[in-house]
Write a protein that binds this ligand. Structure first.
Ligand code: ZN
Length: 115
């Protein structure tokens, strides 16, 4: 585990997702391909990613899936934020209502005792 983290921060940095995809699709130049292959020997993370990508038959659809996955994560995050904002809004309304009630009671008592 520690060795792996050390690998990440040395010159053998992991290729990007796009590069791995291009590797699986055979779109890399021979030099780039060689670099990726060298990296795969040392990196379990990337070999597993390449294995997973290789297992997919319709590679044309992979970029779409990735985009969709990102989009779904974004949507989920946005929905969460929205929910939180709604809760804050109700809290705010509650506090405002409480302040108005206290003011009304205060004014009532002030008025009541001033007579
Ligand atoms: Zn890697």
């Amino acid at each position: 585990m520690n060795d792996h983290f050390a690998d990440i921060f040395t010159e053998t940095a992991c290729p990007s997702q796009d590069q791995l995809l291009a590797y699986v699709e055979g779109k890399l130049s021979p030099a780039e391909r060689h670099n990726v292959e060298l990296h795969l020997q040392d990196c379990d993370l990337c070999s597993e990613a390449v294995e997973g990508l290789s297992a997919i038959q319709e590679k044309d659809k992979i970029p779409g899936w990735l985009r969709e996955a990102k989009w779904n994560v974004l949507k989920k995050l946005r929905r969460k934020n929205h929910k939180r904002r709604k809760q804050d809004f109700y809290l705010f309304i509650g506090i405002v209502a409480l302040v108005i009630i206290l003011l009304a009671i205060g004014l009532y008592w002030a008025y009541h005792f001033s007579r």
